[in-house]
Design a binder for this molecule. Structure first.
Ligand SMILES: Cc1ncc(COP(=O)(O)O)c(C=O)c1O
Length: 449
């Protein structure tokens, strides 16, 4: 069976572990352990009788619920079969532009949709402080993904010039990455407090010092703006980015994205994990969508409400754009049960508050536990997963955890910049987190003691 490109592939994991899929403790898919909400389950049950009818193709009730939830007129909202469906439609739009800038490492589905429509991709690597050669790997990737089949009717730019500029910029960036890694290691901050959100209080036990690590991550968007200052021809470019960012867990501020709304022809912000950030800290761009016709926001109900099998997401964008997207797809992408569950979930404020109350301490517990395991360094995260840097091969860790403990972690092999030295884990209940920590300690210690 092939190595999965997404988390949550229990059939693959069970085959490796030699057990049934439901015996696997899954840390690989970043799904809340609190859901699905009872309200959503009850709504599904109440609608079973209606599956003999087609859903309302305009999804008026669902769009009304979303419209109340986001305080936006409902014609600005388009529900979809998971945000993945809407991402595909966004990819089709982006492919009409000269090129799309991707902040990398990027969620694998971005490549799927951009490749499917022969979009040109310019990769803009986050400063991860990884010691491998980022220039080398991203150049390879660019060759792999951004050379579209020639099409007569696509707008044409001087690719060589764009790529030369990006490459020059990458070289400058790389020098700065190198010096920041050195600086980070030299200062090696080790400080004292628990959790985290966004690097305000670095935790102890980190080998490299998360505060410096986060500083270097947050430089990414500034670096992009440096590139844009030099190369102003962005009116034909698209930008696809993820906030909060998967797999780093980094939350970009609205202010850091704002300038790009003026500079890019189309900005698609995937906010699949934004619900996990409590209302007083969230950085959604939804409130700007009526001001910027070139802004598209993608949201998902999969993660926060624990409904990945139901498939429910939505896009927020200008009504004309959404009307066009509607013509690009089948008339009933969201089934009756999913629509009913979504309406109930959106109204379930108790569930939302419970999640915001649960996450910081569960994440802090997992972060602290991981920090104390030799050779592992978790990254601070604003959401319900942690990226962990590992001195051991992650594929080997994954295999041993599966075979000995039936625990599945997400390797990062599909994120080319991360490779075999990172893994990602979802934050689960405190007892599940503890099970993972105990298993990891024992697997890692086989190497360390
Ligand atoms: C960053 C990101 N965006 C979008 C998706 C797709 O989510 P959905 O289940 O809504 O299609 C995922 C799923 O893993 C994701 O990680």
């Amino acid at each position: 069976m092939r190595q999965p490109a997404h988390g949550g592939n229990l059939a693959w994991a069970a085959a490796l572990a030699g057990c049934l899929p439901n015996a696997i403790l899954d840390f690989s898919a970043s799904i809340s352990p609190l859901g699905p909400p009872n309200s959503a389950i009850a709504a599904i049950q109440s609608q079973i009788g209606n599956i003999k009818h087609y859903p309302d193709p305009s999804y008026s009730e669902l769009r009304l619920a979303l419209s109340h939830f986001h305080q936006l007129p409902s014609e600005w909202i388009l529900p979809g079969n998971g945000s993945a469906e809407l991402l595909t439609l966004a990819g089709r739009e982006l492919a009409e532009l000269a090129a799309t800038i991707l902040i990398t490492p990027a969620f694998g589905d971005y490549y799927r949709t951009l490749t499917a429509y022969n979009a040109k991709v310019l990769e803009f690597p986050l400063d991860l402080g990884v010691k491998s050669d980022p220039l080398q790997s991203t150049t390879l990737q660019r060759q792999r993904y951004s050379e579209p089949a020639p099409q007569e009717d696509q707008p044409c730019v001087d690719d060589e010039r764009v790529f030369e500029l990006v490459d020059a910029q990458r070289t400058a960036l790389q020098a700065r990455v190198a010096s920041s890694v050195f600086l980070t290691q030299a200062t090696g901050v080790a400080s004292t407090s628990v959790d985290t959100s966004q690097g305000k209080s670095p935790s102890k036990g980190s080998a490299v010092g998360e505060s410096a690590q986060l500083r270097s991550q947050s430089r990414c968007l500034d670096d992009l703006s440096f590139f844009l200052d030099e190369e102003q021809q962005t009116n034909e470019l698209g930008l696809l980015l993820n906030n909060p960012h998967n797999p780093t867990g980094k939350l970009f501020s609205c202010e850091s994205i704002l300038p790009y709304l003026e500079q890019f022809a189309l900005v698609v912000v995937d906010e699949a994990f934004m619900d996990f950030v409590p209302p007083d800290e969230e950085q959604s761009l939804i409130s700007l969508v009526q001001e910027y016709t070139n802004l598209v926001i993608l949201r998902s109900l999969t993660k926060f409400y624990s409904l990945p099998g139901l498939r429910l997401g939505y896009a927020i964008a200008h009504p004309e754009r959404l009307a066009k997207w509607q013509l690009w797809r089948d008339p009933w992408p969201v089934n009756t049960l999913a629509a009913a569950a979504a309406i109930a979930a959106l109204q379930d404020q108790e569930f939302q508050k419970q999640t915001w109350a649960w996450l910081p301490s569960a994440r802090g517990q997992l972060f602290e536990g991981l920090s104390t395991i030799p050779g592992l360094q978790p990254w601070q995260s604003a959401v319900n997963f942690l990226l962990v840097e590992s001195q051991q091969s992650t594929s080997q860790l994954q295999q041993q955890l599966l075979q000995h403990y039936q625990i599945l972690i997400r390797d990062c092999l599909s994120f080319q910049e991360l490779g075999d030295r990172f893994f990602r884990v979802a934050v689960r209940s405190e007892s599940d987190n503890q099970r993972l920590l105990t298993a990891l300690e024992s697997v890692v210690s086989a190497e360390y003691y």
